[in-house]
Write a protein that binds this ligand. Structure first.
Ligand SMILES: C[S@@+](CC[C@H](N)C(=O)[O-])C[C@H]1O[C@@H](n2cnc3c(N)ncnc32)[C@H](O)[C@@H]1O
Length: 807
């Protein structure tokens, strides 16, 4: 009785022609196999085919049985679909369970069935083999089971058996599908298991694939996952598990994430992102930078404290009045006052002057006055003739009103009791500086000027009236000076001929460093200090002054009333007397009030003009009172002019002659002898002198024993003042003491007023104008009414006596 396939079988039958077109095997299988294979014997024969006793030629039979098994699956499906026979209405519990399973997986079974049919078509069994199916039974071993199975069975028993067999098979298939795929059977049963489950495994694979196609998770995938998990667990523990690395992104330069960037990132994260699959940016923990070091939070701030202040907030030190630095120790101020020093810039900062200034080759340096020849003996005679006693007290100090200062006497411990408080010790200060040494302390250096030879500039700043450098050299007598002029300094040149300088074309500029000094002496700085290079200026920033220090005259360059800045070229007014037109030199000081020539100061300007108009006559006929004068021309012109002997005998020359006469009377010396030319030393020598200072308005000179003759020969400049002689001082002091009732008591015998008011009538030819001015200044500078009156009256009497003497 042919089994009519259900719609599913029909569907499967419809699939078959699609899979294997024109395949006659399918027709025979659908008709024959159910009757033959749905028997337990056949199944036994299938299992018996796994028997070890099976012959190798049993393969075709085994293949046939497998094919029958697949077909039996299809037939079983047909049985499931068909209503069960009435005799099986009371199934056993196992069978009921199988039925329920079969019903639950009906769709799955049907699918498996169709797949099995497809599998069976893949076996490619030849049609003739199918034809030999009846012979297949004969090829099977003659086992009791097989023989029994080969026996004809009744139809009812066959159907029930068929159902049970089918259920068992389905149960097996389901069990295999539910169980682990890779469960390994015992080696003895491996082949049988493989053969018996071959179809079911394939079916389950296909079912799995189909289910995976339907979106269900494949067991294989689960197994694979388990396998991967197992592999992962088998890895060494110290090896890091592979991480799921994100897709390689372009390398971004690492940088520190600032707070602004973090805020941006946070804002991005907070904002709803439309791209959920965006690569995750690693979150950096925001870096908190310390902004105040270890003391963060301890600095005072105006904002109110964020935290609640406790009662002990003051004790904890979180208040707003915290210090940033530790307080100075209590003795710091005292120590600073005692041991502190003035701030001093490094030398290359305060002296940004180009180094490497040239040094004159012919310069022989000495920083002390050296007496040469008869000068030493002469000085000894006049030593300590003019000593003064300072009467200043600690309240006033030795300021500008100090009498020693007025008289150009430097205070020291012998004549002043103030000690370090005294402000009239310039040379002592200079000594200190030069002893310390260094460019800053020396303060000056030689430079090369473009048109005036060498010069001197300052390396530092100087206060007004501060001492800068001492003018030192050899102290010589006039006789020695004349000798040197004739023999030694005959061809002195400043550096280049005057023709190049556009002055005089027929003579070279001769430069001498001779200056009238004191006591008819001359200071020759050819071998001397750097002060000899200081050039002249009609508008100078310095002045040259002669001071008496410890009884000895000394000359120094002082800063002017405006002080000196770093890098300034130093200059002073030579008050140079050209003496003759031949030695007139063009001044190149560049000042706005330049006099044009190296000549006397403006008060003698008319005289200079006369010299400029009629140089030769004027120069020979008259003499000009000056403080610095070229002596070369005087020496050279004396023999040339023959009988035109100048009447320029100065007090200095007379003093020298007198000294010479006195010495000659005692013991004739070489200096008193005539010179090599058989003539007397030049008589018309005018020496350079220290100019009058604006502060005192007095020319510092030594005492002149024959001042009247000197005044007759050399009219004094109206600006010049004479330092009072000891006799004059005594007169003034005596008059002051007489005139003052409550005047200061004189401590010593040799004292002087605070101002050298005037000279004695017999020795001071100074004009009245200057004397009056000086007297007025002197009276105003004396302290105390009685003392002032006494000085005033004394000065008046002196002035009157001077007037009378002149008349
Ligand atoms: C005592 S020396 C000064 C140093 C000199 N410049 C040197 O190179 O040795 C004086 C001479 O310098 C020159 N001199 C100084 N001041 C001058 C000035 N303002 N103009 C032109 N020449 C000057 C004159 O030749 C003068 O005779």
């Amino acid at each position: 009785m042919p089994v009519r396939p259900s719609s599913r079988s029909g569907a499967s039958a419809a699939i078959l022609p699609d899979a294997h077109t024109n395949d006659p095997i399918d027709d025979t299988m659908t008709l024959d196999v159910p009757e033959q294979l749905l028997t337990p014997e056949h199944s036994r024969s299938e299992t018996s085919s796994n028997n070890e006793n099976a012959l190798p030629d049993e393969k075709p039979a085994r293949r046939t049985s497998t094919r029958v098994k697949r077909v039996s699956l299809r037939a079983a499906e047909a049985l499931v679909n068909t209503p069960a026979p009435s005799d099986e209405s009371t199934p056993t519990p196992s069978e009921a369970y199988v039925d329920s399973l079969a019903k639950a997986k009906r769709s799955k079974s049907s699918l498996r069935h169709s797949i099995a049919v497809m599998e069976s078509s893949l076996w490619k069994v030849a049609p003739d083999e199918d034809d030999t199916m009846p012979d297949d039974t004969t090829m099977a071993p003659a086992t009791p089971i097989s023989s029994s199975s080969q026996e004809p069975q009744p139809d009812e028993g066959a159907s029930s058996l068929q159902q049970r067999t089918l259920r068992k098979r389905v149960e097996k298939v389901l069990a295999k599908e539910d169980g682990p795929i890779r469960t390994k059977a015992a080696p003895a049963k491996r082949d049988s298991m493989r053969r018996s489950s071959r179809l079911s495994v394939l079916a389950s694979d296909l079912v799995g694939r189909a289910s995976s196609v339907l979106g269900k998770r494949s067991r294989e995938m689960g197994g694979l996952g388990k396998d991967l998990g197992r592999r992962a667990s088998l890895r060494p523990r110290n090896a890091a598990p592979p991480k799921e690395e994100p897709a390689p992104e372009p390398s971004v330069k690492k940088r520190r994430v600032s707070e602004s960037d973090l805020s941006k990132l946070q804002s991005k994260e907070e904002s709803p992102s439309e791209e959920p699959a965006a690569p995750t940016v690693p979150r950096y923990k925001p870096k908190r930078w310390l902004s105040h070091g270890l003391y963060t939070g301890q600095e005072p701030s105006d904002s109110p404290p964020k935290q609640r202040r406790s009662k002990n907030s003051k004790k904890t030190g979180t208040g707003p009045m915290q210090r940033k630095v530790l307080p100075m120790p209590m003795f710091a101020g005292s120590r600073l006052l005692k041991t502190g020093r003035d701030f001093q810039l490094p030398f290359d900062v305060f002296s940004p002057l180009p180094p490497g200034q040239p040094k004159p080759d012919e310069w022989r340096k000495t920083n002390k006055n050296v007496f040469v020849g008869d000068a030493a003996s002469f000085w000894k005679v006049n030593k300590n003739l003019e000593l003064s006693k300072c009467m200043c007290d600690e309240d006033t100090g030795c300021d500008e009103n100090c009498q020693n200062r007025y008289m150009f006497y430097e205070c020291d411990n012998g004549n002043c009791a103030l000690g370090p408080e005294c402000g009239n010790r310039s040379f002592a200060e200079l000594k200190k500086r030069t002893k310390a040494g260094g460019k800053y302390n020396v303060g000056v250096e030689v430079i090369k000027t473009p048109d005036r030879g060498y010069g001197v500039r300052s390396n530092r700043s100087f206060e007004p009236n501060q001492i800068i450098v001492e003018y030192t050299g050899e102290i010589i007598t006039q006789f020695e000076c004349e000798r040197r002029m004739r023999n030694v300094y005959k061809n002195n040149e400043v550096g280049r001929p005057l023709s190049d300088r556009g002055l005089v074309t027929d003579a070279s500029l001769q430069c001498y460093y001779l200056m009238y000094f004191d006591q008819n002496m001359i200071i020759d700085a050819t071998r001397g200090s750097i002060a000899r290079f200081v050039n002249h200026s009609c508008e100078p920033n310095c002045r040259m002054e002669k001071w008496t220090v410890a009884g000895k005259p000394r000359m120094a360059l002082f800063a002017g009333d405006h002080g000196i800045m770093t890098g300034e070229e130093l200059s002073y007014d030579y008050n140079f007397d050209p003496y003759s037109n031949k030695n007139v030199q063009q001044c190149r000081c560049g000042a706005s009030n330049c006099r044009g020539i190296l000549g006397p100061r403006p008060k003698d300007k008319d005289r200079v003009k006369e010299l400029a108009v009629k140089p030769s006559k004027k120069a020979n006929a008259k003499k000009v009172a000056g403080t610095k004068r070229k002596i070369a021309d005087a020496v050279d012109s004396a023999p040339s002019r023959g009988g035109k002997r100048r009447k320029l005998l100065t007090g200095v020359k007379k003093a020298i002659n007198k000294t010479r006469r006195g010495k000659a009377a005692k013991e004739p010396t070489a200096a008193s002898k005539p010179t090599g030319r058989g003539r007397a030393p030049a008589k018309n020598v005018k020496l350079p002198k220290v100019k009058a200072t604006a502060r005192v308005k007095a020319t510092v000179r030594g005492p002149r024993k024959n001042a009247a003759a000197a005044a007759k020969a050399t009219p004094a400049s109206p600006t010049k003042l004479k330092r009072p002689s000891p006799e004059t001082k005594k007169k003034i002091i005596a008059a002051a003491s007489r005139g003052s009732k409550g005047g200061r008591p004189r401590k010593t015998e040799v004292t002087s007023p605070r101002k050298p008011a005037a000279k004695s009538p017999a020795k001071s030819p100074a004009n009245n104008k200057v004397t009056k001015t000086t007297t007025a200044k002197a009276s105003s500078s004396v302290k105390g009414k009685g003392w002032r009156k006494g000085v005033k009256s004394a000065a008046r009497s002196v002035v009157q006596s001077v007037k009378g003497a002149r008349k």
